[in-house]
Design a protein around this ligand. Structure first.
Ligand SMILES: Cc1cc2nc3c(=O)[nH]c(=O)nc-3n(C[C@H](O)[C@H](O)[C@H](O)COP(=O)(O)OP(=O)(O)OC[C@H]3O[C@@H](n4cnc5c(N)ncnc54)[C@H](O)[C@@H]3O)c2cc1C
Length: 684
């Protein structure tokens, strides 16, 4: 075994094999893969192997299309069978809403050049003769989808990698990670140490425990997933794969028989207290009780299934994530990469995923926009096992449901609460959630002031309220108060802070104290990594306010570039500061009675920050120590603590200082006609 390598991939499933293959294809020869048992002994060997390309986003769809490109040619390239069957796919619609979903997908597919066409129920049956057309309104047919043999694919990828110079060590368990000064320095295995600066955690459902070796939280949950295999019964060998989302099931042909699985409503998380050490190449016991719902549904669509002999019910665990997307990219620990959590799409995604991750490692930036899969999209609240589990169960059990624009997840809520939460609730807020924070989308009592005739047609009008328009007008014509506490806030401190930020930001930010600058931080290719405002609070102190979901990512980017001499310190202060935004032409006038400071345009112009004391007695009952750091349109009251963990841990927000300030008589007078407004007016 080598003592050092340019990169070490952990995990010999289809994910790890694909990354290893692509690293060698892109010119890195000195790379190794460590697998604790044999290749494919995790989730890969028991995969149903369906490969569908059309997904909910451009990057994911491109990735799946890249997989198919590879699967078409790999067999010829390495001389090993891959079992790729390009039989096409059908997706059925058995309600008008589903038909609308298919029409949208057909339009979406065109933008990628995917040859997806809408066909009638009878045409679908011609392609898949055993199906019943009862209740089917139509189907989407994508002839370039198919299925593949998971083990053959993995062995072919491994062979391709070996030919490119890679070494593969099976029966080699990674037992430790060397991390020095926030960077990976090597891995320890039960067969010795390998020095390296790049480690890829492709451990599938084991990715959580491998992440912990490096102090990185990888929020994957093993979920048991089942499908049955029938004995061959003379069915055509070229049946397309078929999904009937209303019935929660998928099917494909297998040697003249059928494979049938699905996403049950009562999913089964597995091994939450740790995966057994010897769980290699194993399955879970058949669980017919859980599978029965799917079987009954499948018989509705393929009545003959009742008469086919079942050879086996496969029950295997697979890594799911709390938002149903892959977890890819470098973590907070430099050089420690994650490529896991494939949510039962690992076969479909592996070819393109391996390419994306290998390019990302070598070039430093991904060739596709990978934000939705970025390992740094999860905030620290995903360290809560209960929350992560609740979200993951919800993702799995609603997998096939139609997702309308603006749909909000419900599991694990409420989690993070602003001090204004109770007041917003009293005001009739319709809450949404982002990064664990409860945020008002709109206030339903404002609906009566809106215009119902503006409700968007079709899908976009499903989750909507006339209050949105009413609040928009109020903000444009007078002023409106927003709770922006969820915005992530990062402070940069120290004698080197100004120079450091000047180096990293593309705009000039080290201006005079009080200046607010909108800027980006760019990567080496000139692509945007971060997009936020920077406020200079003092000579050696800056505050960054960035999007709610970007805190973890932006802080990781900032910390990665900190100088080694200790002259700059970066800290996430999100949960320390509440934030209220007062916007609109009457904002200054409304705020003025609360402070002795001059809020006129000359004294307090656009993009400036000031620290203002509340005028004594302006808000009866408000604590004296509450001070506001204001910029035009936004208040960041110091001393008003938010509760990041909210109700669940029994730590309700401290007395609602911010709310009381709003309720004070003087403010109430000033704000007559001032509605609370929700987030549907702006995006972050
Ligand atoms: C029943 C079922 C049906 C499925 N059907 C489909 C489908 O139709 N289409 C589709 O696209 N996907 C499907 N999937 C999902 C797909 O199988 C997975 O997404 C994919 O196989 C995951 O690959 P992986 O490489 O991430 O993980 P794995 O295959 O689990 O590989 C991880 C590897 O890491 C190794 N390892 C763990 N810890 C260590 C360590 N400390 N040191 C060294 N090695 C370690 C393990 O031994 C394992 O081999 C299905 C999954 C299941 C369970």
């Amino acid at each position: 075994m080598k003592g050092s390598a340019r990169a070490v991939v952990i995990g010999g499933g289809v994910g790890g094999a694909s990354i290893l293959y692509w690293l060698t294809r892109l010119g890195w020869e000195d790379v190794v893969l460590c697998e604790r048992a044999d290749l494919t002994s995790g989730s890969t060997f028991h995969s149903a192997g369906l490969v569908g390309q059309l997904r909910g986003s451009l990057s994911l769809t491109k990735m799946m299309m890249n997989s198919v490109d590879l699967y078409r040619r790999l067999e010829q390239e390495v001389g090993l069978e891959t079992g790729w069957h390009e039989v096409g796919s059908l997706r059925l619609a058995s309600s008008e809403e589903r038909m609308q979903e298919l029409r949208r997908q057909a339009g979406w597919a065109k933008t990628f050049g995917l040859p997806l066409e809408l066909i009638s129920a009878a045409e679908a049956q011609e392609l898949f003769p055993p199906m019943s057309t009862d209740g089917v309104l139509g189907a989407a047919h994508l002839p370039t989808d198919g299925y593949i043999d998971p083990s053959q694919l993995t062995f072919a990828l491994a062979e391709g990698a070996r030919r490119g110079g890679a070494e593969i060590y099976t029966k080699t368990r990674v037992t430790g990670m060397e991390v020095a000064r926030g960077r990976v320095a090597g891995v320890e295995t039960d067969r010795g140490r390998i020095e390296t600066e790049v480690v890829v955690n492709a451990g599938g459902m084991f990715a959580g425990e491998i992440g912990r070796l490096a102090g990185v939280n990888v929020p994957v949950v093993p979920m048991a997933h089942e499908y049955l295999v029938t004995r061959p019964s003379g069915l055509p060998l070229d049946l397309p794969t078929m999904r009937d989302p209303s019935l929660l099931v998928y099917l494909r042909g297998e040697s003249g028989g059928l494979v049938m699985g699905g996403y049950e409503r009562n999913p089964a998380p597995w091994a939450l207290d740790g995966i057994p050490e010897d769980f290699n190449g194993k399955l879970l016991p058949e669980d017919w009780e859980r599978f029965d719902e799917l079987l009954q549904n499948a018989i509705v669509r393929v009545p003959d299934l009742e008469n086919l002999e079942v050879v086996r019910l496969i029950n295997g665990p697979e890594a799911f994530t709390p938002d149903g997307e892959f977890i890819l990219g470098e973590s907070d620990v430099r050089g420690f990469w994650v490529a896991a959590g494939f949510c039962a799409h690992g076969l479909a995604g592996a070819g393109g995923m391996g390419q994306l991750v290998a390019e990302w490692i070598i070039e430093g930036v991904p060739s596709l926009d990978a934000w939705e899969m970025d390992s740094r999209r999860f905030g620290r609240h995903y360290a809560s096992r209960e929350y992560t589990l609740a979200r993951t169960i919800e993702i799995y059990s609603t997998y096939y449901d139609i997702k309308y624009p603006g749909q909000e997840r419900q599991a694990g809520r409420p989690l993070r609460l602003a001090p204004t939460y109770a007041r917003l609730e009293e005001l009739g807020a319709s809450f949404g959630e982002k990064s664990g924070w409860e945020r008002a989308n709109w206030f339903e009592p404002n609906a009566s002031a809106g215009d119902e005739s503006l409700r968007p047609r079709g899908w976009a009008g499903q989750i909507w309220s006339p209050a949105i328009g009413a609040e928009h007008h109020a903000c444009r014509e007078t002023a409106a108060l927003f709770d922006e506490t969820s915005f992530a806030k990062i402070e940069i401190l120290g004698p080197g802070a100004a120079n450091y930020l000047e180096h990293l930001c593309d705009n000039r930010v080290a201006r005079d104290v009080g200046a607010i600058t909108y800027t980006q931080m760019l990567n080496a290719r000139g692509g945007i990594e971060c997009d936020f405002t920077v406020t200079r609070l003092a000579e050696d102190r800056f505050r960054i306010v960035t999007g709610t979901a970007f805190g973890q990512h932006d802080l990781a980017w900032i910390r990665r570039h900190l100088p080694n001499d200790g002259s700059v310190y970066a800290e996430d202060v999100t949960s320390r500061l509440a934030c209220l935004g007062l916007w609109g032409p009457a904002a200054r006038e409304m705020l003025q009675p609360l402070t002795d400071a001059d809020l006129s345009n000359d004294a307090f112009p656009y993009m400036r920050a000031q620290e203002n004391r509340r005028r004594p007695g302006a808000v009866p009952g408000a604590p004296r120590h509450v001070r506001g750091r204001a910029r035009l349109g936004a208040l960041l009251p110091d001393g008003v603590r938010t509760s990041p963990l909210g109700h669940d841990l029994g730590s309700r927000p401290r007395p609602r200082a911010a709310c009381r300030r709003l309720q004070g008589d003087r403010f109430a007078q000033a704000r007559e006609g001032l509605p609370g407004v929700g987030r549907r007016h702006h995006s972050r």
